[in-house]
Design a binder for this molecule. Structure first.
Ligand code: HEM
Length: 374
């Protein structure tokens, strides 16, 4: 049921994106542009993350986090003062930290600490917004939240590939640097940007070299789809790191658009697409079978993002930013439509996942198992 407000926040956030691009949008409400970033990060992805955790920990109290995050999004979309939405999002992020404390007690692993640190960054972002700090200055906290959440998940999966302890330590240090960078950027954007940039670059290199996606990309079906989405996402993380390192923690202009969407569309949205067929069935209580057609929105997302960032932000073409941005929206909507269709139609007559012989060599099952542990 909490997926409905997350879906509403997604549609409103996409409408806000069109308004920010300066192109025709179905609903021309100024407020949607103002709250686009917060809706997308805390309202859509934040609610999905919190919901997945709540289902996995199997405690009624854990549903408080997605409930408050979803309520915050509805408040942001209503005529209520924006402070109400900020306060509800703050409550939701604090509750999410509480959920990670429960998970940590059951499974005190570095991967959980990294994800908990991500949730702490979400609390920081919501606090800053409530205190009236402009959203542009809050964006490094948004980045820390979502990047640490995904990186923590990947770190958990790395147990399968058993990377050297130094690699895991490197990921932990880069994660701490990301949090530090977000704090420093508030006072000194150039120094903070350098720390943030180095942290993202380090994470991108470590993940690209050691994530299981490097092996699973050579398989077929869902594991290959997931690996492609993840490897492309790691590449975008490096792009964002480079922009922050060279330009500092920018708060407007072309570099601002580029760094934010390299992370949020190139890395985060790609990860959401990658994990949807594995994670969402537990939330939906219905299978979301992988279908090869899911590759189309994934490819469109990355190609259109490349066009937006290189031709648009890089060469300074407003038209290219608009064309690429609209294609980004189409890619996200197309993935949503394919996912809804896939759930409605159900599993194909011929199993595509369980019967693929190479599956024994790829760790989709550990992902599900680790989700169940949480
Ligand atoms: C789907 C296509 C999307 C498009 C076309 C889009 C477009 C935009 C535009 C044009 C801006 C203003 C940039 C600037 O001021 O230079 C913006 C800001 C932002 N976007 Fe997106 N966006 C999209 C998706 C996302 C997603 C998925 C997220 C997060 C998960 C996100 C998070 C943000 C944030 C945090 C800001 C900063 C908000 C602000 O400065 O008020 N966007 N977006």
């Amino acid at each position: 049921m909490l997926l409905a407000p997350a879906g509403l926040a997604m549609l409103a956030g996409l409408d806000g994106a069109l308004l920010l691009l300066g192109v025709p949008a179905p609903i021309r409400l100024h407020r949607l542009a103002d709250v686009h970033g917060q809706l997308m990060v805390l309202g859509v992805v934040g609610t999905l993350v919190a919901l997945e955790r709540a289902v996995a920990v199997r405690r009624r109290a854990a549903f408080l986090a997605p409930l408050l995050l979803a309520a915050g999004s509805v408040a942001l979309l209503s005529a209520a003062p924006v402070a109400v939405g900020h306060a509800l999002h703050l409550g939701g992020t604090v509750a999410l930290v509480g959920t990670y404390v429960v998970v940590w007690r059951r499974q005190p692993a570095p991967a959980i600490a990294v994800q908990g640190a991500g949730a702490a960054a979400a609390v920081g972002s919501a606090l800053l917004l409530l205190a009236g700090v402009p959203v542009a200055a809050v964006t490094p906290w948004f980045v820390a939240f979502l990047v640490l959440t995904v990186v923590g998940e990947r770190l958990e999966l790395m147990r399968v590939a058993a990377p050297p302890a130094a690699v895991r330590a490197g990921i932990l240090v880069a994660g701490i640097a990301l949090l530090l960078g977000a704090a420093v950027a508030l006072l000194h954007p150039r120094a903070g940007g350098a720390v943030l940039g180095l942290a993202l670059l380090a994470l991108a290199v470590l993940l690209t070299r050691h994530d299981v996606a490097r092996r699973t990309v050579r398989s077929t079906g869902l594991p290959r789809f997931m690996a492609l989405a993840m490897l492309a996402g790691f590449g975008w993380l490096a792009v964002a790191g480079g922009v922050w390192l060279l330009g500092g923690a920018v708060t407007d202009g072309r570099a601002y658009d580029a760094v934010l969407h390299a992370v949020f569309l190139g890395f985060v949205m790609s990860m959401v697409m990658a994990h949807a067929p594995v994670i969402l069935p537990a939330v939906l209580r219905r299978p979301l079978p992988y279908r090869p057609v899911m590759l189309a929105p994934l490819v469109l997302l990355h190609v259109s993002l490349g066009f937006r960032l290189v031709v648009g932000d890089g060469w300074g073409s407003v038209t290219a930013v608009r064309v690429g941005g609209v294609a980004n929206v189409v890619a996200v909507l197309a993935f949503l439509a394919v996912a809804v269709w896939s759930v409605a139609v159900g599993a194909p007559a011929r199993p595509t996942v369980a019967a693929v012989p190479t599956m024994s060599a790829v760790p989709v099952e550990p992902l599900v198992a680790s989700a169940a542990l949480r």
